[in-house]
Design a protein around this ligand. Structure first.
Ligand SMILES: [Mg+2]
Length: 349
């Protein structure tokens, strides 16, 4: 017999994050604990979002309570995922249950989550995100982020400013020399903030300034226009908001270089594995990103990184404080705290 517990915890950000669609200083996330009769407990986390089926924490809690009241079968995360998705469970709430069930399974098996999943150990450097800000603020932020040395090896710069591509260029220019001098990779995420012509201009401009790739150049829903960008593209194109589930990939696989999965969009680890398998079948590169999340769900994502090309698992590093302790940042990589870590192992304080 399984015991479930749900709660919300407010996660305050060290630096508020501004992207093309708005600004956030913090958020309340849904936390799910599922325990078995042997006192193993799996932890899961869901970050509410309108596009992920629950716009706020109150809605997410209500949906989670309703889900528990329906006595879902927690026999295996894959069957739970399949049934819940068919029943229309909000992806961000499903993610919390799915992560908790995989964590529980890993703890029952006494295996790190990546080994339970048959994956290589977590590896790969993570980007650190810099939200939309003025050029002056961006220069200051870089100094603060690197005041203790080169702890990050890649930066993801949020562009697509509502103030236009000149503001984007000013911000990028404020960071670019520092990154070049310190051998730090740069990536750009427009969060759908560009028109097709802005995207064409910016991709050419960024390609001359050491940018690795651009993410979500066009707004979700405009996937049919990606072909215009894909021909003669000077930089690889990844989609994020346009890639929620594996089933969508076939519609634009011919005009993107890669997809960015997030546990909150696809409903957790089970959905993420489907995306990774599908993307590889279409010979696409893969990336994993995050919403506003703590080490609980970031740890679940980190367990998949051994087979992912680009990693952007940094939101827990911008919390004051993070509410869990299962992860470390080592050589620019997000890794479990110890080699023998069981599950993602994060502990709620
Ligand atoms: Mg993105």
């Amino acid at each position: 017999m399984f015991k479930t517990n749900i709660k919300s915890i407010y996660l305050e950000k060290r630096f508020p994050l501004r992207i093309s669609r708005g600004i956030r200083a913090g958020s309340s996330n849904l936390f799910v604990e599922i325990s078995d009769e042997n006192e193993n407990t799996g932890f899961g986390e869901g970050a509410p979002g309108g596009s992920e089926g629950a716009a706020d924490i109150e809605t997410a809690i209500q949906i989670a309570q309703d889900h528990i009241a329906q006595n879902p079968k927690f026999t295996h995360p894959v069957s739970h995922y399949r049934t819940s998705l068919e029943n229309g469970l909000a992806p961000c709430v499903l993610a919390a249950f799915d992560i908790a069930l995989w964590d529980l399974l890993a703890k029952q098996a006494k295996l790190p989550l990546h080994r339970l999943l048959g994956l290589p150990a977590p590896n790969g450097i993570t980007s650190m995100t810099i939200g939309i800000m003025t050029a002056e603020e961006a220069s200051e932020r870089v100094q603060i982020l690197f005041e203790k040395g080169r702890i990050f090896h890649a930066l993801k710069i949020k562009l697509g400013s509502p103030e236009g591509i000149e503001a984007d260029q000013d911000m990028y220019n404020a960071i670019y020399p520092f990154a070049k001098n310190n051998n730090i990779s740069l990536r750009v995420d427009a969060n759908g903030g560009w028109s097709v012509s802005d995207a064409k201009k910016m991709m050419l401009w960024l390609a001359e300034r050491n940018c690795d790739y651009v993410e979500q150049p066009l707004v979700e829903g405009d996937e049919h226009r990606l072909e215009e960008l894909f021909q003669k593209r000077p930089l690889p194109i990844y989609v994020d908001e346009s890639c929620r589930f594996a089933s969508q990939i076939k519609t634009y696989a011919h005009c993107v270089d890669g997809v960015n999965l997030k546990l909150m969009k696809c409903g957790g680890i089970t959905g993420a594995l489907e995306i990774l398998n599908t993307a590889r079948a279409y010979k696409l590169k893969t990336m994993i990103g995050c919403m506003s999340e703590s080490s609980i769900s970031i740890g679940a994502g980190a367990a998949l990184t051994g087979i992912i090309d680009h990693i952007d698992l940094d939101s827990h590093l911008n919390l004051k404080p993070d509410i869990a302790t299962g992860l470390q940042l080592k050589n620019g990589m997000i890794l479990p705290l110890t080699e023998n870590h069981i599950g993602h192992g994060s502990i709620l304080k």
